[in-house]
Design a protein around this ligand. Structure first.
Ligand code: SF4
Length: 364
């Protein structure tokens, strides 16, 4: 069992973050925010697949204004992603967003930070601040280098100090509804910085490995980095960053939570790696079963079965997967045994077995 870190709780609309609330899944749209129908269509798809909070880039005033309609129609809370121009943050807050992501260090003088903090405070919405290894100030790095230590430790400490400084800039105006991210594209560095920050503060943490890359590598980096922290009890909301359709980010994030035991898999699919004993098209069959389950879940239906097994052979399959509610296992060339809790209930063709699975899984 994971012992979660005690963080303070904030709320993004009705989604609680921190304070023992379930770890939530975030993603970011890739559409042009000014294109409201396209942005809403993407948000809807992401929400149907498990995204709980969505962030949109706000490059200009037209985008900040377009957020009003997006917020009104979005099925999940909306966060405005602001860089450099505090007026975009103010307009986004006016448009009704449920949270803002800013870097107080790059939106200008104290008065501008004060205006954003006060506007967010009056609207009752949180602000995410964050430190990224790519944007740590050279001055801070020079100071830390003087005190010695290896590079990884120095950058981790720089991320922590930079994030704390951003929190203090908002706290100076009485604003405390803050969540924090500390990101690096290096997994070990991300872990070091997040652990350190988690020890020193009770701010809720937004986890992610930044610029993780294309799915082949990025999914592994994210699973290792985010997963390791979650298993230590650190992290209150997650975003997987991939150079891919954000739907892949959401699916990956949900799977990380499931694998860490922080979200029930509903149902869990287990399948063997197949070996020379298998005489069926196991990989294709396992993929079909997974797609079937995803499409049933996407339609909003709840699946009662908790565990489904797709195994290569009857020699080991039913025994190895005897805790599965329902399973199939190869039983010779093109033949498949259907089993429940390890007991074979019938033998048929692959197609017939798939239909049996479809009927059983579809029962609500
Ligand atoms: S279940 Fe059968 S096919 Fe699959 S790995 Fe085990 S022995 Fe091989």
């Amino acid at each position: 069992m994971i012992k979660r870190r005690q963080s303070r709780q904030i709320k993004v609309a009705d989604i609680a973050i921190g304070g023992g609330a379930p770890v939530s899944v975030q993603s970011m749209t890739t559409t042009d925010t000014r294109d409201v129908p396209a942005s809403l269509a993407q948000i809807k798809t992401l929400a149907e697949n498990g995204c709980e909070i969505i962030r949109l880039a706000v490059p200009d005033m037209t985008a900040a204004t377009a957020l009003e309609e997006i917020v009104a129609q979005s099925p999940i809370p909306v966060i405005a992603d602001i860089h450099f121009d505090y007026r975009l943050a103010l307009q986004s807050i006016d448009s009704g967003v449920h949270g803002v992501r800013i870097n107080p260090g790059n939106i200008g003088n104290e008065d501008r930070i004060r205006q954003v903090a006060e506007a967010a405070g009056n609207a009752g919405i949180p602000i995410r601040v964050g430190a990224n290894s790519g944007s740590i100030s050279a001055k801070l790095m020079r100071q830390l280098h003087k005190s010695g230590g290896d590079d990884e430790n120095i950058i981790a400490e720089a991320l922590v100090q930079s994030a704390l400084e951003q929190c203090q800039k908002l706290e100076a105006y009485g604003f405390t509804q803050i969540k924090v991210s500390l990101k690096a594209s290096d997994v070990a560095l991300t872990l070091a910085a997040c652990r350190r920050f988690a020890n020193e503060t009770d701010y809720p943490l937004h986890l992610g490995v930044t610029e993780a890359g294309t799915p082949g590598r990025g999914i592994i980096k994210s699973a290792v980095g985010i997963g390791a922290l979650l298993l230590e009890g650190i992290g209150d909301t997650i975003r997987v960053s991939l150079t891919a359709d954000p739907l892949e980010e959401v699916i990956t994030a949900v799977r990380i939570l499931e694998v860490c035991g922080l979200r029930p898999a509903e149902p869990e699919i287990i399948s063997c790696p197949a070996c020379g004993r298998s005489e069926i098209e196991l990989i294709a069959l396992a993929e079909r079963v997974e797609q079937l389950i995803n499409s049933i879940k996407a339609s909003g239906k709840k699946i009662k079965l908790k565990k489904i097994a797709v195994m290569g052979c009857v020699v080991n399959g039913p025994g190895e997967a005897k805790d599965a509610d329902l399973g199939i296992a190869g039983a010779g060339k093109g033949r498949v045994a259907v089993f429940k809790q390890g007991k074979i209930t019938g033998i048929c063709t692959e197609e017939e077995a798939f239909e049996i699975l479809r009927n059983e899984i579809s029962k609500t």
